[in-house]
Ligand binder design. Structure first.
Ligand code: FE
Length: 206
């Protein structure tokens, strides 16, 4: 199967934020969409291993922050490359406000924010789909949304070509952050050391 076909589902990059008691957290996703207009419902699909998933399971609420083309790599690194279980993603960060539901949302590189309350949860194996009713919407700018394709072309830094690396060696590149793994075979359980994404997010470099 040529998985490249799936890249043509042109999705946008989001920061999904949630509140665990008093701790604000968020993660990067590219799997949100509108489900119905009356009532206004959206869905977000999140990996079960994410701290944000656990928080939403318990709290039943989240903010979906739609990133725009002015979003920089630092913002994506902050929310996407570490777990909120070990870090406070809002520390030393001032580009946020708090929505009516008490959950923070990013104001930098973000064109809109959608607050929602979970009404249905679907277990799809590795991920959970939260279907949620929209409770508040905020439009911050009219900049175009950052698609996954735009992120790869313009936001993610170009992969570093190490001088010492052996050109004859097979290389695998992480499609999320650009990390390069060298080796004939990429182990199925390999986890990117930089962004913690699984082997399925790597592709063989030609
Ligand atoms: Fe990575």
């Amino acid at each position: 199967m040529d998985l490249k076909a799936l890249d043509n589902i042109n999705c946008v990059i989001f920061i999904l934020t949630a509140l665990d008691g008093t701790k604000q957290n968020g993660c990067i996703i590219n799997t949100a969409m509108q489900v119905t207009l009356n009532p206004i419902q959206i869905s977000v699909t999140v990996n079960k291993s994410n701290y944000t998933t656990d928080i939403i399971k318990n709290s039943g609420a989240f903010n979906l922050c739609c990133l725009d083309e002015s979003a920089d790599f630092e913002l994506i690194k902050r929310f996407g490359f570490s777990s909120g279980r070990d870090t406070d993603k809002f520390s030393n960060f001032s580009d946020y406000k708090t929505a009516a539901n008490g959950i923070n949302y990013t104001t930098k590189g973000t064109n809109s924010v959608i607050s929602a309350k979970v009404v249905n949860t679907v277990d799809v194996g590795t991920h959970i789909i939260f279907i949620a009713e929209v409770t508040q919407t905020i439009v911050l700018s009219d900049k175009p949304s950052a698609t996954y394709a735009y992120y790869h072309k313009h936001i993610k830094p170009a992969p570093k070509q190490e001088n010492t690396s052996d050109k004859s060696k097979t290389k695998w590149i992480c499609k999320i952050c650009g990390y390069i793994y060298e080796g004939e075979y990429l182990p199925d359980d390999y986890i990117c050391p930089l962004c913690k994404h699984p082997a399925s997010d790597f592709e063989k470099m030609e």
